[in-house]
Design a protein around this ligand. Structure first.
Ligand code: AMP
Length: 187
């Protein structure tokens, strides 16, 4: 399918290894190379800020979606192509999902996991057929990947639903998989 924009979920903190920041830069570079725009949470801090800075500095499209209540707390990014201010976290996730053709999570915390799993459960329910992926930088998501295999083995997650989540170390590989992903889907 043709991917014009991806929604990237990622940490509002930088984490404790330079590799996490480097992964954000690598993803930005691969998106820019392919002319893929960014949809994300609109903050200027942590991995979120690193990713948006890299896209904006190269003249790429970066759309932020942030709830009014978080505008100051997450320090909204001042240089985006567009900053959409919405009224709730739920609206944020819905608007981000509508704008994007696929979902990628870089390393991040609870918010990142919540957002990625919501997109994945919407795919599981057939609300959309957009691809979902984890960037497994320095094995950050190894335990989560093993847990999802366990959940499938224990029959709480269907095998084909487990396979709906691509887990790859290299952002370039994820964008290749997205380009080969069979069906586009609306939300
Ligand atoms: P984190 O991965 O926890 O650093 O959070 C990354 C992003 O997820 C930030 O933009 C947070 O605003 C957002 N976030 C945090 N908690 C939640 C939540 N419960 N639901 C949706 N988004 C969240």
């Amino acid at each position: 399918m043709s991917i014009n924009r991806v929604c990237v979920f990622c940490g509002s903190r930088p984490g404790n290894r330079p590799e996490y920041t480097l992964a954000a830069h690598a993803l930005a570079e691969e998106m820019l190379k392919r002319g893929i725009g960014l949809v994300y949470g609109g903050a200027s801090v942590g991995i979120m800020g690193e990713l948006a800075d890299a896209i904006v500095a190269a003249g790429g499209e970066a759309i932020g979606v942030i709830p009014q209540s978080l505008v100051e707390r997450e320090i909204a990014h001042p240089g985006l192509s567009e900053l959409k201010i919405v009224s709730s976290m739920h609206e944020r996730k819905y608007v981000m999902a509508e704008l994007a053709d696929g979902f990628i999570a870089l390393p991040g915390g609870l918010g990142t996991l919540d957002e990625l799993f919501e997109a994945l459960t919407w795919a599981q329910l057939g609300f959309h057929a957009k691809p979902c992926a984890l960037v497994n930088t320095s094995g950050y998501y190894d335990h989560l990947s093993a847990f999802l295999d366990h959940a499938a083995a224990e029959k709480f997650v269907k095998g084909n639903h487990r396979e709906m989540l691509y887990i790859e170390a290299q952002p370039a590989r994820i964008l290749e998989l997205f380009a080969e992903h069979p069906v586009a889907g609306s939300l």
